[in-house]
Structures are given as C-alpha cells and as structure tokens.
Ligand binder design. Structure first.
Ligand code: FHN
Length: 433
C-alpha cells in the first residue's frame, strides 16, 4: 500500500511539472526583473470587482450561492465614477510601495478591463464604460510604479469551466463544457492584457487549487506570457513549490515557511524571489462590515519580518464600488509610509540579516550594514549574538543618534538611547569590511 501511495504522489507531482514549462530558461530581462522585484520589497495588492457593489467580499457569488443570472444583475449597479488612478498610485507611493498587483479577473469571471472575448466586463456590462486598468497602467508608468495583474484561473462564470472544482457549483451552469475551450479563452484574455497595457510587471495566478488534478496547460500559458513579455514575472498561488516557468513564489497570510495558514501547511520555501500577501482588515475584496483593521505597527512589523526572510510584502486594499478607498485603509497606508520614509533603507534592497528572528525583533542586511529591528525590548541595554565582523559604528536610523556598543567573546551589547519608535526602532550597525 505504501508503495502505491508513494507512486500516486510522484505521479501527481510529475504531472504538475509536465504541465508547467519544462526546460524554461528565464531571459536576461526576466532575471533583471526578478532582481528588481527582490529589491522592491513592498507592493499594493488591489482586489476590486463588481462584487464590491454588495460590500460582502470577493467570494459573495459562491458564499451566497448566487447563480450567474442573479450575479449578472450587479453589473448595471457598478459605476465607480469616483475612481481616480492618480489618487490610487499616489497613495501606493506615499506608503512606500514600488508596485501594484490588481485583479484583472477574479473567480467571478468579471473582467476589470476591455476584453473582446466576453461582454462580461466593466466596459460593456456597466454604466461606467471605461477601462480602469488602462488608466491605472498609464498612471503607473507616469509615476514609476510597476503594474502586475492578478488573474484567476478559476472561473465561476464561464460555462466551459467544466468539470467543476470544489467551488462555483451553485452558479447554475450546464453540466457540460469544454475545459480546453475555457483555457483558450483564458489565454486569449491574457494575450489582451500583455498586449494592450504596455510593459507589465507580471501575472499573479490564483485558483489552480480548485482543480489540482486538471490539465491546466500551464506550460502553454506560461510560454505565451514569456513570449509576449519576457520580463513579465509569473507567480502561481498554488501553495506548492514553484513549477518550471514560474519566476517568483508567493505565500498568503503567512510568512515564508511559517505554515500559519492551513492552506500553506505543506508549502515549502523554494529558490525563487519570495512574496507574502496580507489584508489590512480580514477581507481581500471590499467588505463594509469587516472592522478587524490591523494597526500600522502590525503592518510595519509584518513588512520587516518578510524582508528578514528575503520576502516582499504585498499589502491588500479592497476599494469601494464608487472607486474610493475606505479611510481606515488610507490612514494606515499613510502611517506605514511615514515610517518607511524614515526607515526604508532598512527594507528596500535588503536581504535576511545574520541573526534569525528573536523575541526582540529581526535583522536585515545590505552590504556591510546590518539593521537591528527592535520591536519589543523594555531595557535600554540589549545583548545579541556576535555579528559576522567587527562593529565600526551604530546609530538609530532616521535620527542618527549614536548607539554605544561593546563586543564580548560571543555576543554584542548595545545601549539604546531614550525614545523608541512605536512600530520598530532600527539600529543601523556598520561592520568593518
Ligand atoms: O480565493 C482567493 C481569494 O479570493 C484571494 O484572492 C486570495 C488572495 O491571495 N487568494 C485566494 C484564496 O487563497
């Protein structure tokens, strides 16, 4: 029995790898894009769609068992006349974010862009009649922010997404369909996104987990993307080690290897650039009743903990149906941005520091500088394990206040001045070359 089980697992993994882009060799542009991505460290995730009309999150169609015919009645009510791309991109920049990943299509199949392949899109199905992704792409280029698209492989609207997976089974679709025809449709919309919106930072796939045994033709889709835009980075939120053809690995509501979320219980940390994503409250898509807002302190510490694990932090907002961003999100993004304005050098372009996470905090590193991120330490004196080379100087980042220091056989002692940062006090330690 054990042998059979092992064989079954091997076959599943092998079939997954077969589906991907075997023999994929990232282009020089792609490798450069990966380097940029790793140094960017901080991005804005945006979950926005027709579901925002109900204010009950992006899974409302499935959770409320709405058939397609019912759900489609939301479109005439979706008219985000207050949408202002410059405001959104400026808010991302003010927060210290270097890229934006926005839903081009979520599981409900609703395209937030002008697609010729289905009338189920924001231009043809709503009174708004404009393409927000086109406006956002132009504004991102203007402000020097990269734009990625989150694209759901899972689709609750297409009749050809068949056989069904574990979701979208109450959408009232016929019990028949041609999955390859659906994949042609999905590839067609990806072609539109990678042709009509200028240079794209990458594609953030989600929804593979709905049909893990299906043949998703990943290799064909990945090849299409890399042929159209070699520098576009592909990530797939399948919660497994990356497949050939993927350029970064994402974790959801979980630091890499943290296994705090049940769907990440098995995921292992691979060799590709890393990213973790999280919400400000508990919802990805706009949820008017979800008041579980994380504090700016929690958000800064999550960002820094990610950087200390060589990972980016993709922090989510779910805009309202009128195109505005709720004030609780704006306020927190501005507070995180204030901290990043004073301490960003301890996050951007850094890698994990020489000391792993401790009760007092974490460390990041850039060249011969180590940043001690002190989240919680009541005393003025702090002892840490010995650093890899002699300490030349130490100061409080952002203030320049000197920090006195002594080295002992196997540890270092720093004496912290009065006045701590409420989110994260960063000690910049310059090491001898
Ligand atoms: O089902 C989606 C969910 O709506 C959201 O998009 C998150 C974001 O990472 N991903 C899936 C849940 O794992």
């Amino acid at each position: 029995m054990k042998h059979a089980a092992r064989l079954a697992i091997l076959l599943c993994v092998f079939s997954l790898l077969l589906q991907a882009q075997p023999g994929y060799r990232p282009s020089p542009d792609n490798l450069q894009a990966r380097q940029w991505f790793q140094q960017a460290r901080f991005g804005m995730f945006i979950h926005w769609g027709v579901y925002s009309v109900l204010g009950k999150g992006e899974w409302v169609m499935n959770n409320d068992k709405m058939p397609v015919t019912e759900y489609e009645k939301l479109a005439p009510r979706f008219n985000p006349t207050d949408f202002n791309a410059a405001e959104w991109v400026s808010l991302a920049k003010a927060a210290g974010m270097k890229y934006i990943t926005i839903t081009s299509k979520h599981h409900d199949g609703f395209a937030m862009f002008q697609t010729k392949l289905s009338p189920w899109n924001i231009v043809d199905a709503t009174p708004y009649k404009k393409d927000p992704l086109k406006m956002l792409a132009e504004e991102c280029r203007r402000q020097g922010i990269k734009l990625f698209f989150y694209h759901s492989q899972l689709d609750w609207h297409s009749p050809d997404y068949f056989p069904r997976g574990g979701t979208g089974v109450t959408a009232g679709r016929p019990e028949s369909g041609d999955f390859n025809k659906y994949l042609d449709f999905m590839d067609g919309q990806l072609r539109e996104l990678l042709t009509n919106y200028g240079p794209i930072g990458g594609i953030w796939f989600d929804g593979w987990w709905d049909r893990p045994d299906a043949n998703w033709r990943l290799g064909q889709t990945y090849q299409l993307i890399h042929d159209l835009q070699p520098a576009a980075l592909i990530g797939n939120n399948h919660h497994r080690l990356p497949n050939p053809g993927e350029d970064f690995q994402m974790f959801e509501k979980d630091l890499p290897g943290g296994h705090t979320a049940d769907f990440n219980s098995e995921s292992k940390v691979g060799e590709l650039p890393l990213e973790t994503c999280e919400t400000i409250n508990g919802a990805w898509g706009y949820n008017s009743s979800d008041k579980r807002f994380k504090s700016p302190r929690q958000l800064v510490q999550y960002l820094v903990k990610a950087a200390a694990l060589n990972a980016n932090f993709l922090l989510n907002i779910g805009p309202m149906p009128n195109g505005k961003i709720q004030p609780e999100f704006v306020e927190r993004l501005q507070q995180v941005g204030d901290w990043m304005g004073r301490n960003g050098e301890s996050v951007y372009g850094t890698t994990a520091g020489p000391i792993t996470a401790r009760p007092w905090g974490v460390t990041t590193q850039k060249g011969n500088v180590v940043y001690l991120h002190i989240f919680d330490w009541p005393d003025s004196v702090i002892a840490i394990p010995k650093l890899p080379r002699a300490v030349k100087s130490a100061q409080i980042l952002g203030r320049g206040t000197a920090v006195s220091h002594s080295t002992y056989l196997d540890h270092e002692v720093f004496k912290l001045p009065e006045g701590r940062d409420p989110y994260d006090t960063v000690v910049k330690v310059e090491l001898a070359q």
